[in-house]
Design a protein around this ligand. Sequence first.
Ligand code: HEC
Length: 314
Amino acid sequence: MWVTIGLLCIVLAGPVQGRPSWATSEGNSCSSCHGVNLLTGKMQVSSTRVLTDLGTQLNGKVRGHLKTFRATPGDVVTLSVDVLDGYDKFAVQLKRLETGGQVNDQNNLLIWSEANSPDNIWTRQEVNNPPYFTYDNGQNGGISGSVTPDSYTFDLLIDANTPPDFYDLEFAVAGKADGVGLWYQDEHFYLEVLQPDKAALVAQILAAIDIIDTTGFHDMSEEIEAAQTMAEVSPRNLGKVQKALIVTLAVAWPKDLAGAAVLFEDSAQALVDALTSEDLAAAKTAAAEVHNTQHDLSHVVYEWLSAHPAETTN
Ligand code: HEC
C-alpha cells in the first residue's frame, strides 16, 4: 500500500526543474550567475592518478596538468567527481562534451551516449545544443541539501567511431549558502580516447603483467612480515614497487581489467607510502595486500588474454 502511494506521489510531482536548468540560456555556464563567489575546496574531479599536460591545446588554452580518464572506442568510461563540501545547497554539472579534440584535430568530436546504467541519474539539460548534464539529487531538479562529502559518477559510452584524441571536459558545482549567496567551483579534466588497436593493447598488457608478476611481491611480503625493524627491510623494495606501479599506470586497461588494476595500484601506492615514511606496521599490511591484489590482477589478465586473442580484424 505504502509503495503504491509513494510511486503515485513521484508521478504527480513530475520532473521538477530547479535552478540547475537555468544555464541553458547562459551558454551552459553556471558561473555566469554563481561566479560571484568563486570558491575552492568544495569539489574535485575524483583522483585518477594519471595526469596529462598538453602544453598549449589546439584551442589555444593552457590548462597545465589535468586529471585524465582513458577509454578505447566502444568502452564505457565512468567519469567521477567528489563534492567535498556541499555548502548548504548545490548541484553538480558535467559539460563541454561537444568540445573538439585538443591534440590531433579540433574537428574530432566525442561520439557518445549515456550508458544508462542504474547509476546514471542525470538530467540532460537542453534547449538549444549543446546539452549539459546535472545530477538528479532526489526530486528537486538536481539540488542537494547535503553538506557531507559525496561522489557522483557518470557512465559515458564512447562510440566505436570516436576519433582518438584528448577531449577537454569539465565538472562544475554551483550552489547557494546562507550568508554567502551564490557560489561556484569547477575543474577541467581530460578524457583520452585511445587507438583501438587490439594487437598493441595485448602487447602492452603482456609486457605489464610480466613486470608486475616478476616484481617478487611474495618474497617481499614475507621479508617485510618477518622484519622487526625497518633496517631489516631491503631498500630495494621501494624501487621495485614504484616500477610496478608506474607500469600499471601506463597501461590503458580495458574496462574488464580496470577494477583489478585500480585495486593493485591502490595497494602498491599504500606500500610505497609506508616504505617512504618508514612505517613498518603499515608496510606489513600493505605488502600482504599488494601480494593479494597482484595475484588477482594477474588472474583476471590471463583470463582476459585467453578470451581476447590479438586477432586482426581488418
Ligand atoms: C541565470 C542565472 C543563473 C544560472 C545560469 C544558474 N543559476 Fe543557480 N541560481 C540562480 C539564482 C538567482 C538562485 C537563487 C534562487 C533562489 O534563491 O530561489 C540559484 C540557486 C541555485 C541553487 C540553490 C537552489 C535552492 O534551492 O536554494 C542551486 C543548487 C543552483 N542554483 C545550481 C545551479 C547550477 C548547477 C547551475 C548551472 C548548471 C546554475 N545554478 C545556473 C541563478 C542562476
